[in-house]
Design a protein around this ligand. Structure first.
Ligand SMILES: C[S@@+](CC[C@H](N)C(=O)[O-])C[C@H]1O[C@@H](n2cnc3c(N)ncnc32)[C@H](O)[C@@H]1O
Length: 239
């Protein structure tokens, strides 16, 4: 069970608001899995780990000419003046951040209310950082199931991005600490076909699907082409 804990530096009112929003109780101390509100913002703690979304950690990937080496950014290359992307499975928004850094206006959907709250808080903090403000200003998060919400978007994006699951990985390290904690909240995607169909119904130019390197196709959809990285691959469906 998740609880919320706010220490003496945390905003008690914000904790109460979050408790109402998520239907999660406030506790006097840390539990097994705890949303912690303190002077640094919102983080998730448990099992001896702590995770907080922090887009400043991604600055090295988007500066000094490195952004255009990102596989996703290469695949998303467009001539559109004001390109729009939809991230239908936002997670902690890192891939969306790359797209936003590349100039995309990105509409993000995240169905898990706790992950969405962690992401919203990371976006809020990034908005206070002048190095990140311009990028996260192009990221628009909605909490909820993208299958239900995408049809109401009212824009035709260049791309829809689908990365609906975290495959477990073996290596250790910071990113894996994040994966382990966030994975405790994630539900596996049970409706890949509906997710794909809702993405296609937006009539994007491309649907870009992130998969584990040797993972099965999403919804059995044969891609127009595939690009492989070390641990993941992108299946691209050109529509
Ligand atoms: C692997 S993570 C995405 C990671 C993300 N690409 C990033 O860079 O941080 C998948 C996320 O998609 C969410 N998700 C899966 N299906 C969804 C749906 N139909 N609508 C909204 N979110 C969904 C899950 O809750 C999970 O947080």
């Amino acid at each position: 069970m998740i609880t919320i804990y706010s220490d003496e530096n945390g905003d008690r009112e914000a904790a109460e608001q979050l408790s109402r929003q998520l239907g999660v109780p406030i506790a006097d101390g840390m539990g097994e899995l705890t949303l912690v509100l303190d002077g640094t913002g919102l983080s998730l703690a448990g099992y001896g780990m702590r995770y907080q979304g922090d887009f400043s950690r991604m600055l090295n990937r988007v500066t000094k000419g490195r952004l255009h080496h990102e596989m996703l950014v290469k695949l998303a290359k467009t001539k559109a003046e004001h390109p729009v992307a939809v991230d239908a499975a936002a997670g902690m928004g890192e891939d969306s951040f790359l797209l936003a850094a590349a100039g995309y206006e990105v509409y993000l959907f995240e169905q898990d209310a706790v992950i969405a709250a962690l992401l919203q808080d990371a976006l809020r903090r990034a908005g206070e950082d002048e190095r990140l403000r311009g990028i996260v200003g192009r990221m628009h998060l909605s909490e909820g199931d993208s299958i239900a919400l995408m049809p109401r978007l009212g824009v035709t994006p260049e791309i829809v991005y689908l990365d609906p699951m975290f495959p477990p990985r073996k290596k250790s390290g910071l990113i894996h600490k994040k994966l382990q904690l966030i994975q405790k909240l994630e539900q596996p995607c049970a409706n890949e076909r509906e997710l794909y169909d809702a993405a296609a119904a937006l009539h994007p130019k491309k649907i870009i699907i992130k998969r584990p390197l040797n993972g099965a196709l999403l919804a059995d959809k044969k891609p127009s082409y595939t690009v492989k990285g070390k641990a993941i691959r992108y299946d691209v469906v050109v529509l």
